[in-house]
Design a protein around this ligand. Sequence first.
Ligand code: ADP
Ligand code: MG
Length: 151
Amino acid sequence: MKLADVLIVTTNSPEETHKLGITLSALTELGDIICLHGDLGAGKTALVKGVAEGLGINPTKVNSPTFTLIHEYTEGKIPVYHFDAYRLKSATEALEIGTEEYLYGDGISLIEWPEKMESLIPPEAYHVYIEKAGSTLRTFKITPPLENGHS
Ligand code: ADP
Ligand code: MG
């Protein structure tokens, strides 16, 4: 992805979030790591479904991989690695599962609950901050890596 500045997008339905994911997918490049921050029900998985669809993956296959940590979707244009670190106990546990092979592998990584594996997230990662602004209103703040001078 080549994102020069912070991008703020508001959606008002899961479908709109899905479309945002499709749009975002067009900007992604091999090796991109995208961290999705937001509470339960914020729309992290909804966004991942859109990104997956944009890359040629059947979005109905995408669900929160709560019990598996990583789901790998390889039938699209680019492999998508979908992490849900919610139940992760430590970064060490993540390492043991082989997280780094995915993060530095030949695909795009989308990470739900990245704060659970913060020490493993490289500085070149993109961060998306999702906030619930109402029952169906969501604000997505998509930020380029910190090393590009943004915070
Ligand atoms: P998360 O992965 O962040 O826990 P999900 O994507 O699984 O969240 O779920 C989001 C929930 O919020 C769904 O039940 C969805 O129907 C609802 N929702 C309501 N408005 C939106 C919106 N604008 N974008 C995404 N989801 C929304
Ligand atoms: Mg989820």
